[in-house]
Design a protein around this ligand. Structure first.
Ligand code: NAP
Length: 242
């Protein structure tokens, strides 16, 4: 099979925050499943784990700069995705920001809350806006917003991490709104809760291993039908209340 023919058959996923944690593990697993991967990260030259992955899958993993705090960087990232392929099968809005130094209201800092909203809520909206033509062009495509149960108003919440919780609640609303706007299209929109996972963000005491979270998240993303569009799904498939 020519490389060109092979590429035409491969599905394409774009992932933000792909240099470490869940984003890196999703990139590794998608590549192993035979997908083409566009792995977005802030500093490609420092993303050594991603570079190793790209060397292993030289024809199917591309590392592309994407700082989701910059609209210009988001637009440029989307343009590179569009050049790579006219169809995008899966967009994973994964990059996330949690400032552990502002757990209580007394500690809350404007810059930290603003950054949380920019990274966790605004960036997924901007990147989705930019990539909508490519998502529409695929026979069936999915938008996966990596959210958190910490942003669910319907679940009991501890009083901490205001910026993170508020911004993930906003991401959840974006998911519901977008699913409604895209109801009659080929695009499924999901919010996903990875569980409490052993990453830099989740910490070492987190009970869920990265590989288990990622296997479950990708299974949910890759199989979700229109019936699930607009819902928030845990990595093991359980629907959560918003
Ligand atoms: N781990 C958990 O228990 C847990 C639970 C619920 C939800 N989540 C969500 O899962 C997602 C992944 O988190 P994780 O656990 O893998 O965390 P992580 O290991 O701390 O990784 C966070 C990722 O986001 C990227 N990022 C942050 N700011 C960025 C920016 N301005 N531009 C581009 N990338 C940026 C980081 O890139 P840099 O290396 O450049 O900083 C890194 O790749 C997040 O959305 C998080 O909220 C995680």
């Amino acid at each position: 099979m020519h490389k060109h023919d092979q590429e035409n058959e491969q599905k394409l996923v774009a992932i933000t925050g792909a240099n470490r944690g869940l984003g890196l593990a999703m990139s590794v697993r998608c590549a192993a499943l035979g997908w083409s991967v566009i792995a977005g990260c802030r500093r490609p030259s420092e993303a050594t784990d991603l570079q190793r992955l790209a060397q292993k899958h030289i024809a199917s993993v591309d590392i592309v700069e994407c700082d989701v705090l910059s609209e210009a960087s988001i637009v440029q990232f989307a343009a590179k995705v569009a050049v790579a392929r006219p169809h995008l099968d899966l967009l994973v809005n994964n990059a996330g920001y949690l400032d552990r130094s502002d757990p209580r209201l007394d500690d809350a800092k404007s810059v930290s809350v603003t950054t949380a909203f920019q990274v966790n809520a605004l960036a997924p909206l901007l990147l989705t806006r930019e990539l909508l033509p490519q998502l529409r062009a695929a026979p069936m495509s999915r938008i996966a917003n990596i959210s958190s149960a910490m942003g669910c108003l319907g679940l009991e919440q501890r009083p901490d991490s205001y910026g993170y919780r508020m911004s993930k609640a906003a991401l959840n609303m974006f998911t519901v709104n977008l699913a409604s706007e895209l109801a009659s299209t080929n695009i499924v929109v999901l919010a996903l809760h990875p569980g409490w996972v052993k990453t830099d963000m989740g910490g070492t005491v987190a009970p869920v291993h990265v590989e288990d979270a990622v296997a479950g998240l990708l299974e949910q993303m890759m199989t979700a039908d229109k019936g699930r569009s607009g819902r928030i799904v845990r990595y093991d498939g359980m629907l959560l209340p918003y």
